[in-house]
Design a protein around this ligand. Structure first.
Ligand SMILES: Cc1cc2nc3c(=O)[nH]c(=O)nc-3n(C[C@H](O)[C@H](O)[C@H](O)COP(=O)(O)O)c2cc1C
Length: 211
């Protein structure tokens, strides 16, 4: 495989959050390659203390939904409308209007539901500075590697942050010193992901020497 820099930028440019999947199963070899890419991420303490769970038990998927926030549990029309009414930015409102109704279904129907776990050296309750969250930061680099590798493999998904973490850890037998960074429902997209993202003017975001 020849590598040129454009391949990388193409993958970055194609990555999108996708919430609607074909039923087609994902090849195990692809999943292994994706996780191998995840394990290449920078690791704050050099130890790569990351584990991956594929959740395939429908009863446990159901339990994950029960332990999710209100948006992820198939909200009724009234709740959805009230939520959307509070969002002032039209682009943001549009994304929520589209994505909130898909939350429960994507957890239940994605061909794979990947859970990325990381070792939390200190319990969250004693973390006082962002520096204490180095392991959390490293875990999200793993997540981005995974998302980009998925894109390179023609796979898409979306990251979801756990809600009731203590109960989820118990459900999944996750050791005390490990935490869940994210759930990633993933699979082959039902339709070509739309290249839509809020526009950002890079020049307005670059600062030299001071903000
Ligand atoms: C930390 C984090 C949490 C997210 N949580 C959810 C979620 O619970 N449900 C969801 O549908 N999308 C979730 N997303 C995906 C965002 O909605 C998505 O990244 C955003 O709309 C931008 O779209 P793009 O990923 O296609 O560029 C999350 C993304 C991040 C980074």
């Amino acid at each position: 495989m020849t590598l040129n820099n454009q391949d990388f930028y193409n993958v970055v440019g194609k990555r999108r959050s996708v919430r609607d999947f074909q039923e087609k199963p994902v090849e195990w070899e692809k999943l292994r390659r994706i996780l191998t890419a995840g394990l290449k991420a920078p690791s704050h303490n050099h130890m790569r203390e990351w584990h991956f769970i594929f959740l395939r038990d429908p009863a446990k998927m159901r339990a994950v939904i029960e332990l999710s926030d209100a948006f992820s549990r198939a909200p009724d029309r009234k709740f959805l409308d009230e939520t959307l009414k509070k969002i002032t930015d039209p682009y943001q409102r549009e994304v929520y209007a589209y994505s909130i109704p898909l939350q429960e279904r994507m957890i239940l129907t994605a061909p794979e539901l990947l859970i990325v776990c990381f070792r939390m050296v200190k319990p969250l309750s004693v973390c006082k500075t962002l520096f204490n969250l180095n392991n959390f930061a490293s875990a999200w680099l793993v997540v981005e590697n995974i998302l980009l590798a998925m894109t390179a493999e023609g796979l898409y998904g979306v990251t979801m942050v756990p809600f009731k973490t203590t109960e989820l850890k118990r459900l999944l037998d996750i050791p005390d010193e490990y935490e869940i960074a994210t759930f990633i429902p993933m699979g082959y997209p039902k339709k070509e992901p739309t290249p839509r993202q809020i526009k950002v003017n890079l020049d307005e975001r670059i600062h030299i020497d001071k903000w």
